[in-house]
Ligand binder design. Structure first.
Ligand code: PGA
Length: 283
């Protein structure tokens, strides 16, 4: 479908979603815990152990993202559990004279299986361009890592009605050169910048609309069979109180949790809420 036609359909909401959870009940709910630059070594070990124990019988895929220095202690802490872990970023370079950077191979060597790419604290806080995020995504995929690819608009962009345009631009740059087979290893996180760490969340309807638009953009690039299985999760001030209502929207396949992932009990209740919410829309 030509881009302009798709854009018009999104803008006017004239057409039902092309892809929906009901059409693809196998999308396993995903909950990520992005610890950012928080936790001590012992705190990270305790938190990882509590998460690993608490999700033993969960249907959700749960991945925690500790700071780089705690990847190895967290690897031990979650060993033989169902919790996976990943890095919050990686270098676009393979190896060499890149002071302070951490390569995909090093992350894999620590036992991690995931990486976050394009978080807004890197796009906006550290001026990472859409193209750099794309190159990092390809680096992660080449190293056999799975990736949470974050996209999202600023408040100014939302106010100007540019949400879908920004998401699409970031996706286009990130997915250039990424083959359809790799989609199975990508989770897209819609994270409106203005909702991250602010206590403000998108409304369920706004998030659901953004997610539907994201799935349409993916549908412009890839065949339906590849697109239907891609999980699109929401991030931005998710907590134990709002998770269930946010994740009950059919197009929201889970969440990327920042502040509320630092307390085991709250994070686990978000995982439980996600499971309940998605069970009602997908079984
Ligand atoms: P927050 O962060 O839950 O603290 O808003 C979400 C994120 O940055 O992924």
């Amino acid at each position: 479908m030509p881009h302009e036609v798709a854009a018009r359909q999104i803008a006017t909401n004239e057409e039902e979603p092309l892809y929906s959870a009901a059409m693809h009940p196998a999308r396993r709910p995903f909950v990520g815990g992005n610890w950012k630059m928080n936790t001590s070594r012992q705190g990270a070990i305790d938190l990882a152990r509590a998460v690993a124990t608490g999700i033993e019988s969960s249907r959700c895929e749960v991945v925690i993202f500790p700071p780089f220095p705690w990847l190895l202690p967290v690897a031990d802490a979650v060993n033989r559990s169902r919790a996976a872990f990943g890095a919050q970023d990686l270098s676009v370079e393979a190896q060499g004279a890149f002071t302070g950077q951490v390569s995909a191979e090093m992350i894999v060597d620590c036992g991690a299986t995931w990486a976050i790419i394009g978080h807004s604290e890197r796009r906006h806080g550290l001026a990472e361009s859409p193209e750099l995020c794309g190159a990092k995504l390809r680096r992660a995929l080449d190293a056999k890592l799975s990736a949470v690819l974050c996209v999202g608009e600023t408040w100014e962009e939302r106010s100007a009605g540019r949400t879908d345009e920004i998401n699409r631009m970031q996706l286009d740059a990130a997915l250039a050169g990424v083959p359809a087979e790799a989609l199975a290893r990508i989770v897209v996180a819609y994270e409106p910048v203005w909702a991250i760490g602010t206590g403000r969340t998108a409304t369920v309807d706004d998030a659901d609309a953004a997610h539907r638009a994201i799935r349409r953009f993916l549908g412009n690039r890839y065949a339906p069979a590849a697109v239907e299985g891609v999980r699109i999760i929401y991030g931005g001030s998710v907590n134990a109180g709002n998770a269930r209502s946010l994740f009950s929207a059919p197009e929201i396949d889970g969440g990327l949790i920042g502040g509320a992932s630092l307390k085991a009990a709250e994070f686990l209740s978000i995982v439980a809420a996600t499971e309940l919410a998605t069970a009602s829309t997908r079984s």
